[in-house]
Design a protein around this ligand. Structure first.
Ligand code: FE2
Ligand code: FE2
Length: 169
């Protein structure tokens, strides 16, 4: 269980690609704001992992692992927030697709094991699907590369959670 507590396990070592913004890319800001702070967003992931972490304090390795996952989600949140800013949108916690501020109702509050792991794994699967959709719909290669890079981290989180779920079987 030793490598569990290494932050590298929860972040791919590939660099996050820089984004080059072109004329007309501003139209993508709303869509990106939903990944930043909508219901299935990085902001929700951070809140959900931190909530679940508090319930896992009797499992010190998992507790630490959750802390590292949340730290990676914070990097993703920053990447998207900076991208929004560069696209001319203030990075408020408000999804432009539904025009709705972030809400404490968004995280999944399941609070028993293995339900906690199932809820978080579902969040990762949704995030991967969300970034794949963005990479298809947004016609800017540098943004597509950023979304694909973020997916690498989400896949690490998902495989970790899947290994925890497997221990219950
Ligand atoms: Fe993320
Ligand atoms: Fe993740």
């Amino acid at each position: 269980m030793k490598d569990l507590i290494s932050p590298e396990r929860f972040r791919s070592n590939a660099p996050y690609p820089a984004v080059t913004i072109r004329d007309g890319d501003q139209r993508y800001a709303r869509m990106i704001s939903d990944a930043y702070t909508g219901k299935g967003s990085e902001t929700t992931a951070i809140a959900q992992y931190r909530f679940h972490r508090l319930l896992l304090n009797e499992l010190p390795d998992i507790y630490t692992a959750y802390q590292h996952i949340a730290a990676t989600e914070m990097i993703h949140q920053d990447l998207l927030g900076n991208l929004l800013k560069n696209l001319g949108m203030a990075p408020k916690l408000c999804s432009g697709t539904v025009n709705q501020f972030w809400s404490g109702k968004f995280p999944d509050y399941r609070c028993k094991l293995p339900d906690i792991y199932e809820a978080d794994a579902q969040g990762e699967r949704n995030a991967i699907a969300h970034y794949s959709m963005l990479a298809e719909r947004i016609k800017n290669e540098s943004m597509q590369a950023l979304f694909r890079r973020i997916i690498l981290d989400e896949e690490l989180h998902l495989s970790f959670l899947n290994s925890l779920i497997a221990e219950f079987r």
